[in-house]
Every structure is written in C-alpha cells, then in structure tokens.
Design a protein around this ligand. Structure first.
Ligand SMILES: [Zn+2]
Length: 255
C-alpha cells in the first residue's frame, strides 16, 4: 500500500510541466534526490533525539511519514516556482471518454505557437467534483456532435484550480466561430463568466498557465487575447473579459 501511494505521488511530479526542468528524467532525478536527502535528514534528527539509531525508524511506518513530509516540501516548492505548472493529462480525466480522431486535426503550419486565446465553456458553474464528467461531456460533444478531432481547447481549468490537458497542442484547436486557429494555443476556463468571476483557484491557475506558456513559446503578454477579441462572440464572458482588460494583462506580465 505504501508503495502504491508513493508511486502515485511520484507520478504527479513526473507530470510537472516540462518548463520546470525541460525534461522528465531531470524531474524524476530531482524528486528521488530530494526524497533521499529528506530521509537522511529525518534519520539524523531522530538519531540525535533518541541518542541512537533505532531500527524501528527504518520501518515502513517511518518511511511513510518521511514521504508525506518530503512530498509537502516538494509541492510547496513547485507551487512557488512560476514556471512549474502541474497539469493533468487527458489519459487521466478521459479514461472511458471519447477517443480523439487525429485524422480530423491539422497541425500548426509553422509548427509553433504564436498567440494564446482565452475562453470559457459557458457551461454551468459546478463543484470541482464534477470536473472530470464535464470535461468528458465537452469532449464527447466536440467529437461526436461537432465532428472535431478532439476537445477544442488545448488546456482547461476547473474551479478547483486544476489544469487539464485537452487537445495535443501540436494540433490547431477548433471553434464554432470564424477566426484563424493556426498558431493559437486555446486555454479555456470551465464555467460561465458572464455575470461572475471564476473561483480564486481557477484564476490563479489561469495566470500560472498563461505565464508558463508565454515563456515556453517565447511570447509576450501582448500575444494573449480573449476569444471576443478575435471573433464575433461573448466568450469568455463579460466579467472575465472585464478582468482581462483591467487587471489581466498586468497579472500575466508580472515576473
Ligand atoms: Zn471561446
């Protein structure tokens, strides 16, 4: 049981966005290294406390306590690094969902991202517990009804503040409105923000992922737009748009 718990926490770190260390091996190496250092620190503290090395400290129970502690340290460190964005892969939220159809999608012609467009789903504002179901619903609607290759957006953000990977960003997104999708990274907040703002964790996540993607794709804050700035639509809702005009640019420009 301890082992599976350890593996599940470890997998979260492997999913740290590549921005943190540019490759997964380095992330994994860092996690193992920090875990080991923390365990040694824990053992030496306990040895000082009890004036001898108790063999019980090498037991599973102590190992589990140390894992919880080191996990928290790592989590805090990851959270405070602006470029470190934890995202949940589609394989997690769409386990029994509608599989994407790559033949229906087109790659960006230059093979790169040149701007970011912010959206909302305009679906009801729901509890975080509903996020997986909502994502699967949107994906099914986009693939089956709209006949697109996958969920239209590259990243989606829930009220929980969790960031979900949508469509593979190497492919252009899709839209029911007319605008050029080539080179655009579509980021969508789950919910309807016509009359209210997204929850605080969702806003923090939005700023975090936009800043990370600006850095990753070598873009400027001016390259961030909202859907209504490029097409005839109310998306991403009056309230979120107002925030973007008054505070958003500043928020995503901060170092
Ligand atoms: Zn939109």
């Amino acid at each position: 049981m301890h082992l599976s718990w350890y593996l599940s926490t470890r997998s979260i770190f492997i999913e740290l966005d590549h921005n943190l260390h540019k490759n997964k091996n380095q992330d994994l190496f860092l996690v193992i290294l920090l875990n080991t250092i923390n365990y040694l620190k824990f053992l030496s503290l306990m040895t000082l406390r009890f004036h001898r090395l108790d063999s019980r400290m090498l037991s599973h129970r102590y190992f589990a306590i140390f894992l919880v502690l080191s996990f928290q340290f790592l989590w805090i460190e990851a959270d405070q690094t602006p470029q470190a964005v934890v995202t949940i892969p589609q394989s997690k939220w769409s386990k029994d969902g509608t599989p994407p159809i790559p033949e229906r999608m087109e790659k960006h012609s230059e093979g790169k991202i040149t701007s970011i467009v912010i959206h909302h789903t305009q679906s009801p504002n729901e509890s975080p517990a509903m996020e997986f179901a909502r994502l699967r619903g949107v994906q099914r609607y986009h693939i089956q009804d709209k006949e697109w290759g996958d969920i239209a957006y590259h990243f989606l953000i829930g009220a929980s503040g969790r960031i979900y990977q949508g469509r593979d960003w190497n492919f252009q997104g899709d839209s029911g409105t007319q605008y050029d999708l080539n080179g655009r990274l579509l980021i969508c907040v789950l919910g309807d923000f016509t009359r209210r703002m997204p929850e605080d964790p969702a806003m923090a996540a939005l700023i975090r992922i936009v800043k990370a993607k600006l850095k990753e794709h070598d873009l400027k804050p001016e390259d961030v737009l909202t859907h209504r700035m490029v097409a005839a639509t109310d998306c991403p809702g009056d309230t979120l748009q107002k925030w973007f005009d008054e505070k958003g640019r500043e928020a995503i420009s901060e170092k």
